[in-house]
Write a protein that binds this ligand. Structure first.
Ligand code: DLZ
Length: 296
């Protein structure tokens, strides 16, 4: 008899409508074609499952739409990227979950939550770079590519909450020099992770295979010897077109990805080394019960 549940929110104007559509599209919801009639238009965003939950008691709920997700950290990053207003960022609930509350338009609130139990047994790093320190080693060879990778890394770090003064950029002549400099920086213990950026192009590089192997091995060795996470943003491409694609054109920006991986690895290291603290929130009301600051 029952076929489904639809929750409708009416937006106040075209700008707000477009903003909300862009947010839900960016979050990866399956979306419908837009419908239109003479007076209105609409679009729906489908979730794999829905339910209607009735709650008793006196606590005021933080939102009346709760969207369960599998990766709350990424949702938080995406919402910030979209400049949606966060009412409260990720916090622990007292029902073994984490959640955040967002109000992308006046009076339209959503809570996104993730069940801790689903990930039982698996520890993962978060994507909040607040308080973390990074060194980026970037090769000058093929600088028209590597500078784009660097922009991508800086973008990822800043968007994730890393302060500019906590990012040290070090330039080396070519990719071959990356490992030794990475090792030096890691040895100072001033940085939580080292991001390495370079670009090797087979068609233009004699001994391409040897250099690529040595660079990869050297970066890995530095990470293992020092215990400081290193991430790999060295492009190994067949030609210039491929390099451009990976530096922000068609295939994303590998510098951005290397920085995101670095944040995740620092967070993971802190968690597995037992240095993480989390703030606790009383219930779905969103009120904090402990003042401990989250360090993910
Ligand atoms: C020499 C060289 C060549 C031929 N090609 C590249 C390249 O495609 N990408 C890169 O990052 N570096 C290249 N290099 C420079 C070497 O990495 C190294 O900097 C020099 O051989 C000096 O040691």
């Amino acid at each position: 008899m029952i076929k489904g549940i639809t929750t409708i929110r009416q937006t106040s104007d075209a700008k707000e409508y477009a903003f909300l559509v862009s947010i839900f599209a960016a979050l990866g919801f399956e979306q419908s074609e837009e419908w239109q009639n003479g007076r209105s238009r609409g679009k729906y965003f489908r979730a794999p499952a829905g339910k209607l939950e009735l709650v008793g008691g006196k606590e005021k709920l933080a939102a009346d739409i709760w969207i369960e997700v599998s990766d709350l950290d990424t949702v938080s990053v995406l919402l910030k990227k979209q400049k949606a207003r966060l009412v409260s960022d990720i916090a622990e609930s007292d029902w073994d979950s984490r959640f955040l509350v967002v109000e992308p338009a006046q009076g339209i609130r959503f809570a996104f939550w993730q069940n801790n139990k689903v990930k039982e047994g698996a520890i993962e790093g978060g994507l909040n770079a607040e308080g973390m320190r990074f060194a980026i080693v970037v090769a000058r060879w093929n600088s028209f590519i590597t500078e784009r990778l660097l922009q991508g890394s800086m973008d990822a770090l800043r968007r994730s909450g890393c302060a500019s003064e906590h990012i040290k950029v070090v330039r080396v002549p070519g990719s071959f020099e990356i490992p030794s400099q990475a090792r030096t920086l890691a040895g100072t213990r001033k940085y939580d992770a080292i991001i390495t950026l370079g670009c090797l192009i087979r068609g233009e590089t004699t001994h391409y295979e040897h250099i690529a192997t040595e660079v990869t091995r050297g970066i890995g060795q530095s990470a293992q010897e020092t215990g400081v996470p290193h991430t790999y943003g060295v492009l190994t491409c067949e030609n210039l077109e491929q390099a451009l694609d990976r530096a922000g054109l068609k295939a994303g920006n590998k510098g951005f990805e290397a920085a995101v991986s670095a944040i995740e690895m620092v967070s993971l290291k802190r968690k597995t080394a037992g240095r993480s603290g989390t703030s606790s929130v009383s219930s779905r009301t969103g009120k904090k019960t402990a003042a401990r600051k989250k360090r993910r």
